[in-house]
Design a protein around this ligand. Structure first.
Ligand code: TNX
Length: 503
């Protein structure tokens, strides 16, 4: 008898019972049911196994994909593999996740391809399971982002946060302020070429994400991280504030200091600020939020708020109170980094994103808790656990190390409800950010994201107390994703903590 948690599944499902053997899969295997799920399964099986399933309208197909709201929770599904396969989603997303599980059960052995037999009931622990991609420090094109979405959504993540602006460049077309992209998008960190998304590009990303049940959260980082805005519109931004640590760090890295009106290619933080006391700044914020809202079907707009070291505290508070209100006025829910919680009057219902350590330091926990006091809730991005841009080990060639070295085990072993002193219900879920200072290509991004994103997927999806929800089980199951990532062309880091399998 195989134990349920020995099934090659990440994230671990809510419950599973394992049958014996496999249902063979080949070119004569038929599939029917919900059209989009059928199409996605056929494409994915072709990519993974080189086998082309046969679509049919026959309800007695070998593989049946259907939706029944009574059969499973939201985003949940029931999957049965015996002589045939049936996947029943509680909704569209649930069916999609059932198909992702089916793809993990599809295995090659000496007899060819087959699906491992068993029965699985599944549904997520947290409604919010996110990844962030920083396309500002380095820019990644539409096709690269779409591929990223494919492999992230396969781990059952359902939110993609795009960090669309920072000191080094502005990445999204805003018609009412055209110089943002005409003038301030062509550079990136280290002198790399920049780029930006046209509105059609952005809509294409949003639509691709939606087909994989991911909501896009666009972020415009304010009031700091705004040097690039000043390259396009000098009247909106203050002169750079050069603090001692910025000067020392820039010298250590051999990076030039920021100069007003010129592109900034280093990765120092905390030197830029929009002008808080000029009314046109709020006209700018409103225009940007309105245009983003128009092309974003998801309910959220992220306004940043991190590391505004060049903005006096009273000015910062005034700015974020107004900016969070503007997002609501434009019909969306504001999300902001936890520093924004320092301001007493943030708009009620603003969602905070905690990026302090798993053991909070300084004022971080109090700032985060203030979102809850204001009727909001929290997304947990503990930097020493979830940050995908931290190095695995000191000698890893990519990534930074300021929060921690994060090997796969330490990415996996943390509990989002135990970081802050807030009610469990205030924790919406987690997000794992990939900051791109050191990643010039999407392959380098993948090296940092995979496999650690899979650890965060399990923290976000799987029940806390389930048998198998522990490192020894996880590392075995994780190792069995290697052939899926190889077939998908994912340049994952084959960390030596994990027993990677060939097939
Ligand atoms: C901190 S985390 C930042 C980013 C950097 C990142 C690098 C946060 C909200 N701000 O500006 O890219 O560290 O790890």
């Amino acid at each position: 008898m195989v134990l349920p948690h020995s099934m090659p599944l990440v994230p671990l499902p809510l419950s599973a019972s394992v049958g014996g053997g496999r249902m063979p899969v080949g070119d004569a295997t038929t599939v029917s049911g919900e059209a989009s799920a059928v199409e996605q399964l056929i494409d994915a099986v072709a990519l993974r196994a080189g086998v082309r399933l046969l679509p049919t309208t026959d309800a007695s197909a070998d593989i049946l994909l259907r939706i029944d709201p009574g059969a499973a929770a939201l985003e949940g599904y029931r999957l049965t593999v015996d002589e045939t396969v049936e996947v029943v989603g509680g909704d569209d997303a649930g069916l999609f996740y059932g198909v992702q599980t089916l793809l993990q059960l599809l295995r090659q052995d000496d007899d060819g391809w087959g699906v491992l037999r068993g029965e699985i009931f599944d549904a997520p622990r947290f409604a919010r399971r996110g990844v962030m991609l920083d396309v500002a420090r380095h820019f990644f094109g539409v096709d690269e982002v779409k591929k990223f979405i494919d492999h992230i959504s396969a781990l059952k993540f359902n939110h993609l946060h795009l960090h669309l602006s920072d000191d080094q460049g502005w990445r999204i077309r805003i018609d009412s302020w055209p110089k943002l992209t005409d003038v301030a998008s062509s550079t990136a960190a280290g002198g790399a070429p920049g780029g930006f998304y046209t509105k059609d590009d952005y809509r294409e990303i949003v639509a691709h994400a939606a087909r994989r049940h991911m909501i896009v959260i666009p972020e415009i980082d304010l009031p700091g991280h705004t040097h690039a805005i000043g390259v396009a519109y000098p009247e909106l931004v203050e002169a750079p504030v050069l603090n001692d640590s910025l000067i020392a760090e820039s010298e250590r890295l051999g990076q030039d200091l920021p100069v007003a009106g010129e592109p900034y290619l280093g990765w120092g933080v905390g030197h830029s600020s929009v002008r808080i006391h000029e009314e046109r700044t709020y006209g700018f914020v409103r225009d940007v939020v309105r245009e983003l809202a128009e092309m974003t079907p998801g309910p959220y707009i992220h306004i940043g708020g991190d590391e505004s070291l060049g903005t006096p505290q009273a000015d910062f508070d005034h700015f974020v109170e107004r900016a969070t209100a503007i997002v609501f006025e434009e019909g969306k829910i504001p999300v902001a980094w936890h520093e924004v919680g320092a301001a007493a009057g943030i708009a009620e219902g603003t969602i905070g994103q905690y990026w302090g350590k798993a053991t909070p330091e300084g004022t971080h926990a109090a700032e985060a808790a203030h979102f809850v006091e204001r009727g909001g809730a929290l997304i947990m991005s503990a930097a020493d656990r979830t940050y995908l841009d931290m190095k695995y080990t000191a000698d890893f060639p990519l990534g930074l190390a300021w929060a921690a070295l994060i090997d796969v085990r330490s990415a996996y072993e943390w509990e989002p409800t135990e970081v802050l002193d807030v009610p469990d219900a205030a924790i919406l879920g987690i997000e794992a950010p990939l900051w791109s200072e050191t990643t010039a290509t999407i392959g380098e991004v993948e090296q940092l994201v995979f496999p650690r994103a899979a650890a965060q997927a399990e923290v976000a999806w799987s029940p806390r107390e389930a048998p198998g929800r522990a490192w020894e089980s996880f590392r075995e199951r994780l190792g069995r994703l290697a052939p899926l990532w190889k077939a998908g062309g994912v340049d994952f880091h084959a960390a030596d903590e994990i027993p990677w399998s060939e097939r």
